[in-house]
Design a binder for this molecule. Structure first.
Ligand SMILES: [Mg+2]
Length: 320
């Protein structure tokens, strides 16, 4: 099967929202004239960002979901996406499953696949997403101020538990194991929550590299520091089965959760809870922005915790 046959067969459904889909030299989309166009790209490399044996349909879902999570973090509504795919060999059953998972996610979040490219090479999935956000209302990393509440959606560290399970390093009861694997392989981008937080969140980021690193990006961009309440961090069912010294590391540095971490003015707490309820996503207040630099971890009785060993606020280094 040649490149054009492959695209025609697996990745060309008619578009309904875009002006023009794949097949021409460019696709065309027409964002609302009162909106800014939000754009993000993410690349997933086999063996680096996912296990080679990952189920193809789940991989298709996740490849788009992680990009939609970036749109959510800027409060943008998804419009369209493109897919560039390098494949070591053309396996039709794998491609059919991958495409089904990708379209499943695309349909759920109303994000049309409008074009792309394929080539032979080590399995690499590169997706770009396009979204729209009312002009000037995108939520950035730089807007946090001292006194702001710090929030996170959903649960932390669950995808890390899923990875440990998949690698045979952890055992969990059946329900907890299923939830952990789903968190790893079928993350839910918080698109509705991101939109609900317009005008409410002062800064926002999605948790892809771990809470501490991603909150660190907000602190760096906002020239601020933070105190996190360790006891408030939302734990997943089964976390207590991890060694006690691993639990805090998992909560703070576990990657791949794709939850939203955001800040808001302290007098907006009730509105944040209401917005989250409307979006159907639980949120937890986990700390406060201050004027210091760096990140301080404090327990309920004011005892201080050290940052996990080897951790720095510069974030995860993808070339490390
Ligand atoms: Mg991100």
């Amino acid at each position: 099967m040649g490149e054009f046959d492959l695209i025609r067969r697996f990745f060309s459904r008619p578009v309904t929202r875009a002006v023009l889909g794949g097949g021409d030299d460019c696709a065309l989309i027409a964002p609302n004239p009162d909106c800014d166009l939000a754009i993000s790209s993410d690349m997933l490399v086999a063996g680096r960002h996912f296990l080679v044996e990952t189920d193809a349909a789940r991989l298709g879902w996740k490849s788009l979901a992680v990009n939609l999570s970036d749109l959510a973090a800027c409060s943008a509504r998804p419009l369209a996406c493109t897919l560039a795919l390098a494949l070591p060999a053309v396996r039709e059953d794998w491609l059919a499953a991958f495409a089904a998972g990708l379209y499943d996610c695309a349909d759920r979040y109303d994000c049309e696949l409008i074009g792309g490219d394929t080539t032979r090479g080590p399995l690499t999935i590169s997706i770009s997403v396009f979204g729209e956000v009312p002009r000037g209302s995108a939520i950035r990393r730089s807007g946090a101020s001292p006194g702001d509440s710090i929030w996170v959606s959903g649960l932390l560290g669950q995808a890390t538990a899923g990875l440990k399970l998949a690698q045979g390093q952890l055992e969990l009861p059946e329900d907890a194991a299923r939830a952990a694997l789903a968190a790893l392989e079928r993350p839910v981008p918080r698109v509705e929550l991101g939109i609900a937080l317009r005008g409410l969140a002062s800064a926002m980021i999605d948790v892809s590299d771990g809470l501490a690193a991603d909150l660190g990006h907000i602190l760096f961009a906002s020239h601020a520091g933070a105190v996190l309440d360790v006891d408030a961090l939302p734990r997943f069912a089964g976390m207590e089965l991890l060694a006690s010294d691993e639990q805090l590391t998992c909560l703070l540095t576990g990657g791949d959760d794709y939850e939203l971490c955001f800040t808001s003015r302290p007098d907006h707490d009730a509105r944040v809870f209401a917005a989250a309820r409307g979006a159907g996503v639980p949120v937890t207040r986990i700390g406060r922005i201050n004027a210091d630099s760096g990140l301080k971890l404090v327990g309920g009785d004011q005892r201080e915790f050290a940052l996990p060993p080897g951790f720095s606020l510069k974030g995860f280094d993808h070339f490390g």
